[in-house]
Design a protein around this ligand. Structure first.
Ligand SMILES: *[C@@H]1O[C@H](CO)[C@@H](O)[C@H](O)[C@H]1NC(C)=O
Ligand SMILES: *[C@@H]1O[C@H](CO)[C@@H](O)[C@H](O)[C@H]1NC(C)=O
Length: 392
């Protein structure tokens, strides 16, 4: 993507809806957008600050003209937030200088089209449940081919979304515990550092030994467009046991690419890297197909693999159709059911507060005779009356 004469790499994020670029020098970045150098930049004079689940930034809004080398044809005038200050946003080693949020807004309509060279096999589509995030319906989870057997509403509590801006696969707490339990059960490893699952510790193996053979694959079943069918996307351990650093001469250390969440199941980059994902808003659906570049993403730089493989093994699978006869007709908890209850609760609390306030006001306004006035003529306790008697 270019901003005038300047070329920037932009992270496409389906979980947010801003277009924001670095607008000031930053230690982690090689370049930034200097709005003063662009003759087409128009300041709007509005300050914006955005917080993500990780990181935040502050910037100012303006408009400018952009072109994108691939995907769309032409130049566009769009709103741009130039980031002047950020915290935990531009991380070490990133190769982008801006973020393009594709969560339902006007800009996203100009992006689109399917690129046949980037996927292979069939595209499977799942309907978008609600147009805010890319919310989908998850019917079932399997670890090593074993159904977790949770109530399917647990997988969608309180929503299941596809979000390219989230790094990990995030699971609701209950589902997370069940998945970790199932992985421990089916993995061939006896002991893990306790912090491995919570993401605070790495697990290391001798470099020559690849740990992936010890771990099970994980499958997510999604509702098909035909509601009586489902399809499943499967990630192999190569995607969720992620190499992060090398230690000394012989050790390679890995992190657990799944974390727990208290408000959503998020199909993040851990899963999306294995697939070609199509965000089809026009038809309110998200498509999944096998990606042809999954292996390239994960292989060492300079060593291009043409097939969907790491060290000769595939990292993802997609399969269907399956029947949905064994799952509930809907696994998405409907918000309309919760809303009246919440209203009742808030009205009750409000009435209670009102009542307390009323009592306080009444107490304040009560005639003064109820209060104690310590004057010479109005003696109220025994001790002072004793003193008075003595004076007599
Ligand atoms: C892009 O636009 C040009 C001129 O309007 C046109 O000739 C070309 O075919 C378009 N390319 C695509 C891929 O739509
Ligand atoms: C939906 O799937 C069911 C079960 O596979 C099939 O019998 C039915 O014909 C399908 N409906 C449509 C409209 O394709």
């Amino acid at each position: 993507m270019s901003i005038f004469f300047l070329q920037l790499n932009i992270l496409v994020d389906t979980g947010s809806s801003n277009f924001a670029v670095a607008g000031a020098p930053n230690a982690e970045l090689t370049t930034y957008f200097d709005s003063e150098k662009s003759s087409t930049y128009m300041p709007l004079g509005i300050e914006v600050s955005v917080k993500y689940t990780q990181g935040s930034w502050i910037g100012t809004l303006g408009t400018d003209i952009i072109t994108m080398p691939k995907g769309i044809n032409g130049t566009y005038t769009i709103n741009i937030a130039t980031i002047s200050q950020s915290d935990n946003f531009f991380l070490k080693g990133i190769k982008w200088q801006g973020i393009l949020g594709l969560a339902y807004d006007a800009l996203a309509k100009i992006l689109g089209g399917i690129e046949p060279s980037l996927y292979k096999g069939e595209i499977w589509y799942t309907p978008i449940q609600r147009e805010w995030y890319y919310q989908v319906e998850i019917l079932k989870l399997e670890v090593g081919g074993q159904n977790l057997n949770l109530d399917c509403k647990e997988y969608n509590s309180d929503k299941a979304i596809v979000d390219s801006g989230t790094t990990l696969l995030r699971l609701p707490e209950k589902v997370f515990s069940a998945v970790v339990e199932a992985i421990i059960q089916s993995s061939l490893i006896q002991e893990f550092p306790s912090g491995f699952w919570s993401g605070t510790q790495l697990a290391c193996w001798v470099k020559t030994e690849k740990p992936w053979t010890f771990f099970p694959e994980i499958s997510i079943y999604l509702r098909d467009e035909n509601v009586s069918r489902s399809f499943r996307i499967t990630i192999l351990p190569q995607l969720y046991i992620q190499p992060v650093l090398e230690y000394g001469q012989n050790l390679a250390c890995y992190r657990f690419g799944i974390s727990s969440s208290n408000n959503a199941l998020v199909i993040g980059a851990t899963v999306m890297e294995g697939f070609y994902v199509i965000f089809d808003r026009a038809q309110k659906r998200v498509g999944f197909a096998l990606s042809t570049c999954a292996a390239i993403l994960l292989s060492k730089p300079g060593k291009k693999l043409k097939k969907l493989e790491i060290d000769g093994s595939p990292v993802s699978e997609i399969k269907g159709p399956f029947t949905t006869a064994d799952v509930a007709s809907t696994c998405v908890s409907t918000i309309s059911l919760h809303e009246p209850l919440l209203w009742i609760v808030s009205y009750t609390l409000m009435s209670f507060c009102g009542l307390v306030l009323l009592v306080l006001v009444i107490l304040l306004l009560l005639p003064p005779r109820c209060r104690h006035h310590y004057t010479d003529n109005d003696i109220v306790n025994d001790e002072s009356s004793l003193v008075r008697h003595r004076w007599k």
